[in-house]
Design a binder for this molecule. Sequence first.
Ligand code: ADP
Ligand code: ADP
Length: 226
Amino acid sequence: MAEIEIRGVTKRYPDGTVAIRDLSLEVGAGELMILVGPSGCGKSTALRMVAGLEPITEGELLIGGQLVNDRPPKERDIAMVFQNYALYPHMTVERNMGFALTVAKVPKAAVAERVLEAARILDLEEHLGRRPGQLSGGQRQRVAMGRAIVRDPKAFLMDEPLSNLDAKLRVQMRVEIAQLQRRLGTTTLYVTHDQTEAMTLGDRVAVLRGGELQQVATPAQLYDTP
Ligand code: ADP
Ligand code: ADP
């Protein structure tokens, strides 16, 4: 079953720019789908529409089989991970990871439990009392992942989550994200302009160009395409 279904979606901005044209794409349950293409091809727009941060001009968007066109982000049961992690600098790692749950009035003990579980998965247990400024880039990236994990969402949406890291760390985190995603089995739509990242990370890769979908294939199929 498809967890995320984008059906004939078009996005026209108020200034007339058509950023996405008649996009149809299904992300299967547990699948890691990469949306790849050059800058300006509409990747962020597509992701923001799925997240509910940008209204859809035409078409339908379903998450978990439910039509969500008119649902606000909070009611879509998805978690976003951005390139600028947007961690709260004055809060500890523990508070950063649990914040969304606290706001959602999840009881304190349950928040602590879920944060600790995520910290174990992400190897952050030793750092729960630190602030983001006291962490390495890779650790900060993991905290950003942790904030998404604790909510146990139907899907992760990632917008160039590694683009602020240096080349070596980027390769390392790429491997970590792939392992984590497979371990958790959470449906993921991952945006990048980096073809290597797309080919090494994705179960399938959707190639976007000028707002239009060109191809959806596994990395192996793409390698075989002349
Ligand atoms: P990408 O993420 O692939 O770099 P974007 O989704 O950011 O692409 O942008 C796709 C196209 O839509 C670009 O031509 C961009 O200039 C345009 N665009 C993005 N946001 C807006 C906006 N708020 N208003 C008008 N045009 C926009
Ligand atoms: P990215 O390439 O990472 O998506 P951009 O620098 O293209 O980021 O866009 C940053 C912000 O500016 C986004 O919120 C986007 O909606 C907005 N934006 C991008 N292009 C335009 C545009 N042509 N007109 C108005 N806003 C835009």
